[in-house]
Design a protein around this ligand. Structure first.
Ligand code: SAH
Ligand code: SF4
Length: 347
């Protein structure tokens, strides 16, 4: 019989498992902590568990640990790792170190590929193969944290769901993974250190409100009106900007979490003073920061990045209108680790 991956079980289910081995229920909590707090993926190392239980677990269960298929380091310190999953799917995660700010951010993938076909995105050019499970998301964190310690001598401080895939179209697994990262019995991160980036799935944001989730949200807006946005992001046909603003207002009221708009500036497409004026209008309902992102070259995409002058005057127009704005220079460009470039070329 093939051994089953143990990390698909939550704490309650682990209790049933240990009881079936004739052991007391609290053993499940200890196992849970070994896995989700300490990142130990070997039953032998779980020293407060009886030998009998360890042996029993080892016979029936396993940890399908990722193998890394390639690791690339950028000249700016960014590290991209490609992971080969059990079914041979490939995903990538990226560590972005900012030592000056004491910030070590891991960018995780939530799906293998993506179904949404944003015209500017390399991941969108792949079809969706499947959702990642919650432990496959957390495993990126466990492995990333190891790597971060080796490379920079520092634990990861922030986790962003900005790798491959649309996190809110893999809602259950993403939220389970957030729980494991933020649960005090798990890794115990503050939800303020977790950011979900979404192309704008209204149903998913409604679910976040219903479930009282409090992570930071980044909306990949990229255009300030429906006509332009639909042109580059087909998902906008069914998730219109005004409705997104409404649901984000409710999300803010519930969570008081940080919300940001991601805005890639494309030359002569969304970089005019009119565009900036329309964008300003979308920032009045809740506190929001606009992140202007440099467009990263993706093969076959009919856009180019806005000129340096335009980027600066666009940002200035936002700031002059009282909008908190940052211009994010891309990191890891030389290794295709920048946003939107994650698309396992090595397939
Ligand atoms: N699907 C989610 C999260 C993954 S994409 C989302 O769309 O938000 C992560 C971020 O990278 C998004 O803001 C996305 O719009 C951006 N991105 C995609 N392609 C890009 C490119 N070529 N250059 C710069 N950013 C890009
Ligand atoms: Fe998918 Fe996000 Fe890329 Fe759009 S930008 S195709 S939603 S990964």
């Amino acid at each position: 019989m093939e051994k089953q991956e143990i990390r698909v079980f939550n704490q309650k289910e682990l209790e049933n498992i240990v009881q079936a081995f004739g052991e007391p229920r609290f053993k499940a909590k200890q196992i849970y902590e070994w896995i989700w707090q300490k990142g130990i993926l070997d039953f032998e190392l779980m020293t407060n568990i009886s030998k009998k239980l360890r042996e029993g677990l080892k016979e029936a269960y396993t940890f399908n640990v990722f193998t890394s298929s390639h690791i690339q380091e950028s000249s700016d310190g960014t590290i991209k790792t490609g992971w080969k999953l059990q079914d041979k799917s490939m995903i990538e995660s990226v560590i972005i170190p900012l030592p000056d700010e004491n910030r070590y951010t891991l960018c995780v993938s939530s799906q293998v590929g993506c179904s949404l076909n944003c015209t500017f995105c390399a991941t969108g050019k792949l079809k969706l193969k499947r959702n990642l499970t919650d432990f496959e998301i957390v495993e990126q964190f466990i492995q990333g944290n190891k790597k971060s310690n080796e490379a920079y001598g520092h634990n990861l401080t922030n986790i962003v769901y900005m790798g491959m895939g649309e996190p809110l179209l893999n809602y259950e697994n993403v939220i389970q993974s957030v729980d494991k990262l933020t649960n005090p019995n798990g890794f115990g991160y503050s939800t303020r250190r977790v950011t979900i980036s979404t192309s704008g799935i209204i149903k998913g944001i409604e679910k976040l409100i219903e479930d009282k989730i409090k992570v930071n949200l980044a909306l990949s807006l990229h255009a300030p009106d429906d006509e332009k946005r639909t042109h580059i992001m087909p998902i906008n046909k069914s998730n219109k900007i005004a409705d997104l603003i409404d649901v984000l207002t409710r999300y803010y009221d519930q969570s008081k979490s940080k919300i940001s708009f991601e805005y890639i500036l494309f030359k002569d497409f969304n970089d005019t003073t009119d565009d900036a004026r329309n964008l300003v209008k979308l920032t009045r309902r809740f506190p929001v920061k606009v992140n202007i992102i440099e467009y990263n070259y993706v093969e076959g995409v009919p856009y180019t990045k806005a000129t340096e002058d335009r980027i600066n005057s666009f940002a200035k127009q936002l700031v002059d209108n009282g909008v908190m704005t940052t211009v994010r220079r891309s990191r890891g460009k030389d290794i295709d680790a920048a946003c939107g470039q994650l698309a396992n070329k090595f397939r």
